[in-house]
Design a protein around this ligand. Structure first.
Ligand code: C2O
Length: 478
């Protein structure tokens, strides 16, 4: 008996996911469609006149020409982000995945390129905005940007050491932002994880202009920036086999704000988005080579090549296999008071050394948590965090052993109440390197302005700083 698509998709879930594989009736056809799914490519491997960039330019032009009454209109698409995007909670990754997926379908239809796939901008490998996105009259240019084509994104936010360490973080909550219950609004910030708080937020502020606010999808580079975030999540989850949550509050979360390539409203659950990287697109191999310094290896290749039906089934199983994810707080020590960092003066948070938890080794981690942090600084500065380095400045290199990490801001500017956020950094390696705790441990937080720009805000308020000893809870589903 011939295996049907039903056999193949037994592992997968709803009727909605079948729509990802139109024309798939037999196992052979399904396998064929998956094998030929469009390839999302590194934009810096494409010449400005490559068919893919020509198609992207024509899709952008068509979307700008559509009347505002059409939900595929360029500004209407950006408004979806402005009105609904979740930030600072665990919907950040799947929401933006779905947003890109439908945007890609719209581009495919409007450009007429049947295998159109959104390119990505690998800012680790190429830390300047790609050349094909500049120049007068270029529809991919955005004249509101506050950088030049030669400005370089900071290695404190996008460098390979920092990105590698984020990809090594096996806990979804610290990698990809924190838990939101089913009854909480998707706009609530519960805690910003490292992928979002470090490279993601940084790139918004670095480019600024449209990219510096929630209408950021007006800048055509937005979509390539987020496609790189998407690539890193696929790499983390499937390439490196770290578990996504299997919590129903996450999997069953439903989004109704997107529209398909015909402008019809669609509904999508987080659960369905887990299939996209297996059914709807794949990534090229460039992450495994060259200066990015990211060695994703065999698994990454298998996911993105998956030539045999057996491999495809296995990938599908892995994509749907999550785990119960938690973070158990074991001990903590808090700095005595709130503080303000200014562009002139670092904030210092002393931690009583007798109470500074030691990593007991094994799977225990030491996390630095910054809470009640003022957020209205997107285009103004980045926060660099050091331990026991009172002389740290914005120029201190990140190779300094006292460097812990950095975080940046991405603020929703049209609420009336000023927003506050929470950020987490992993200080395990830095504490170990420095042999701390010694006589005293202090956290030094330095503000680093973006080059060539007068900041609008000069002070960062930080409500509380804590060092937390925590243990990951990661129970993989079978
Ligand atoms: Cu919802 Cu990078 O933004």
């Amino acid at each position: 008996m011939q295996e049907t698509r039903r056999d193949f998709l037994k592992l997968s879930l709803s009727a909605a996911s079948w729509a990802l594989l139109p024309g798939c009736a037999t196992l052979q056809q399904c396998a064929e469609i998956i094998r030929n799914r469009p390839m999302r490519r590194d934009v810096n491997t494409l010449s400005a006149d490559a068919a893919l960039l020509t198609a992207y330019r024509s899709a952008v032009t068509r979307m700008r020409e559509l009347p505002e009454s059409d939900p595929r209109n360029w500004r209407r698409q950006a408004s979806i982000h402005n009105d609904f995007c979740p930030h600072g909670n665990w919907l950040f990754l799947p929401w933006h995945r779905a947003y890109l997926y439908y945007f890609e379908r719209i581009c495919r239809k409007l450009s007429g390129m049947a295998d159109f796939a959104l390119p990505y901008w690998n800012w680790t490998k190429d830390p300047s905005v790609p050349g094909s996105f500049w120049g007068p009259g270029n529809v991919l240019n955005d004249t509101t940007r506050q950088i030049t084509p030669s400005d370089v994104a900071s290695p404190a936010a996008v460098g390979s050491t920092v990105i590698q360490s984020i990809l090594d973080d096996s806990n979804f909550l610290t990698f990809g932002s924190q838990t939101l219950t089913a009854s909480q609004s998707q706009r609530e910030r519960t805690g910003t994880g490292r992928l979002e708080g470090t490279p993601h937020n940084y790139i918004h502020g670095f480019i600024n202009g449209n990219m510096g606010n929630f209408m950021s999808p007006l800048d055509p580079i937005f979509w390539l920036h987020h496609n790189n975030i998407e690539r890193l999540w696929v790499d983390w989850n499937l390439g490196r086999d770290h578990a996504n949550p299997n919590d129903d509050d996450w999997l069953n979360r439903r989004f109704t704000e997107f529209c398909d390539e015909d402008g019809h409203p669609v509904e999508v659950t987080v659960r369905e988005t887990l299939l996209y990287p297996i059914f709807a697109y794949r990534f090229d191999d460039s992450a495994t080579t060259g200066t990015a310094g990211l060695q994703t290896g065999q698994r990454w290749k298998q996911i993105n090549r998956d030539t045999t039906p057996a491999e495809q089934k296995e990938n599908l199983r892995l994509a749907q296999r999550g785990g119960r994810i938690g973070l158990n707080l074991l001990r903590r020590t808090a700095a005595p008071a709130a503080a303000v960092a200014t562009l002139e003066r670092a904030a210092v948070f002393p931690l009583r050394s007798t109470e500074v938890p030691r990593a007991a080794g094994g799977d225990e981690r030491l996390l630095l948590s910054f809470s009640q942090v003022s957020m209205a600084h997107t285009g103004d500065f980045t926060a660099l965090v050091f331990l026991n380095l009172p002389q740290a400045t914005a120029q201190t290199p990140i190779t300094d052993p006292h460097f812990v990490g950095s975080f940046s801001f991405f603020d929703h500017q049209h609420g009336n109440a000023p927003e506050s956020g929470n950020f987490l950094l992993d200080a395990t390696a830095a504490l170990k390197r420095l042999g701390l705790p010694g006589d005293a441990v202090e956290v030094n937080l330095v503000l680093a302005p973006f080059p060539g720009r007068t900041p609008r805000t000069r002070d960062l308020q930080i409500g509380a700083v804590e060092l937390r000893a925590a243990r990951d809870v990661i129970e993989r589903s079978p």
